[in-house]
Design a protein. Structure first.
Length: 116
């Protein structure tokens, strides 16, 4: 149940944002998740109703933006998208690459309800 604890941590973060803005409720939570983050987006969606129950985010919509994996090639310098299980350069096919993105989980934005 790794995703449930990730989701609970997320709700805590969202609750603090809501409190800072004196919000009555949270309408939308937008997340960005890379395939190498170790978090499965669909499992997170399943865990969300459980983690948000009884909180200010109870009726919020969880929107998950799935980020691509991107690598920078150390041979030709190209920045290309790569498969999560195959981090090779899309330009020259070399495997000496550096991960630029794809391992992150970011809280991109939160929409709040202020007045009832
Ligand atoms: Zn290359």
């Amino acid at each position: 149940m790794h995703e449930l604890s990730v989701c609970q941590a997320l709700i805590i973060q969202v609750q603090e944002i809501a409190k800072q803005h004196d919000a009555l409720a949270v309408k939308l939570i937008k997340l960005q998740i890379g395939p190498l983050s170790g978090v499965e987006a669909s499992l997170l969606e399943n865990a969300f109703p459980l983690a948000s129950a009884g909180t200010v985010a109870e009726n919020a919509v969880l929107y998950i933006d799935r980020l691509p994996v991107r690598v920078r090639c150390q041979q030709c310098g190209a920045e290309t998208e790569a498969a999560a299980n195959r981090l090779i350069c899309g330009q020259c096919g070399d495997y000496h690459t550096q991960l630029i993105s794809g391992d992150e989980m970011l809280l991109a934005s939160v929409e709040l309800t202020k007045e009832s």
